[in-house]
Design a protein around this ligand. Structure first.
Ligand code: ADP
Ligand code: MG
Length: 252
């Protein structure tokens, strides 16, 4: 049997919290440069699945692979710490609630991890911050503190901060759900730009139009199961499964 190599591969992922089965045998593959959307009602396991990719919520069963390396390896503690730190540096995450450090300027928010983890110099850090902030249209706010920014601006800085680590994969977990409607578009534009640059992304979203416009493939999850997956034109326009149709009727 030949085994295909996928850029991201989740095999038979299972996760329980006590007696609650949150992920029930999930399989997911993402190729380099692909953009995969995950949709589904609240509580269906989307965030747990994303967190499993970084082994933030270790799976109860199954495997996660990134670029040929198993992420959730069982290793002696010291070795595991080293391994997982190296893996996490390759994956950028952006959450619903911008978790910028409130006491640090935008500049320091962006440069902290690369300085700490990659030991770059102050000059390199300054260049890096400017590059990444320029990319998300936030260069003019380099000296601002998070409290001086709108929600959309904070989220763009959070994206710049994730990009500063030069990740090979970006995970977005409802990055725009907490924003006022008029601020959603500026964040979506940044994500679209990343898509055009062929960043590999997994995007959990409630915004069906956005998912349809940016994703190569969309998964519909319900109660810890992938009910259906396919290209957006199929999932949104002509889904096979009754449950997908019911979900979409409520959300489009
Ligand atoms: P989604 O992101 O699709 O809304 P989640 O992955 O956040 O779903 O949650 C799936 C289910 O797992 C929910 O029922 C949630 O309450 C439960 N859950 C998530 N994290 C924990 C946890 N740390 N402890 C117990 N239950 C949890
Ligand atoms: Mg969630």
């Amino acid at each position: 049997m030949t085994e295909e190599k996928h850029f991201v591969e989740i095999r038979h992922a299972k996760k329980s919290f006590g007696t609650l089965e949150v992920l029930k045998d999930i399989n997911l593959t993402v190729e380099r440069g692909q953009i995969v959307g995950i949709i589904g009602s609240s509580g269906s396991g989307k965030s747990t699945l994303l967190r499993a990719i970084n082994d933030l919520d270790p799976l109860s069963g199954g495997e996660v692979w990134l670029d040929g390396v198993q992420v959730n390896k069982s290793l002696p503690h010291r070795q595991y710490e080293k391994h997982i730190n190296a893996m996490r540096q390759q994956v950028g995450m952006v959450f619903q609630h911008f978790n910028l450090f409130p006491h640090l300027t935008v500049r320091d928010n962006v440069t902290m991890a690369p300085k700490l983890l990659k030991g770059i110099s102050n000059d390199e850090a300054e260049t890096l911050a400017r590059e990444q902030l320029e990319h998300v249209g936030m260069l003019e706010k380099i000296d601002a503190f998070p409290s001086q920014l709108s929600g959309g601006q904070k989220q763009r800085v959070a994206i710049a901060r994730a990009l500063a680590m030069k990740p090979k994969l970006m995970l977005f977990d409802e990055a725009t759900s907490a924003l006022d409607p008029e601020l959603v578009e500026e964040v979506n534009q940044v994500m679209k730009k990343l898509a055009e640059e062929h960043m590999t992304m997994i995007i959990v979203t409630h915004e069906m139009d956005f998912a349809a416009s940016v994703c190569d493939r969309v998964l519909f999850m319900e109660k810890g199961v992938v009910v259906e997956e396919g290209p957006p034109e199929v999932i949104f326009k002509n889904p096979e499964k009754q449950r997908t149709r019911e979900f979409l009727r409520k959300h489009i």
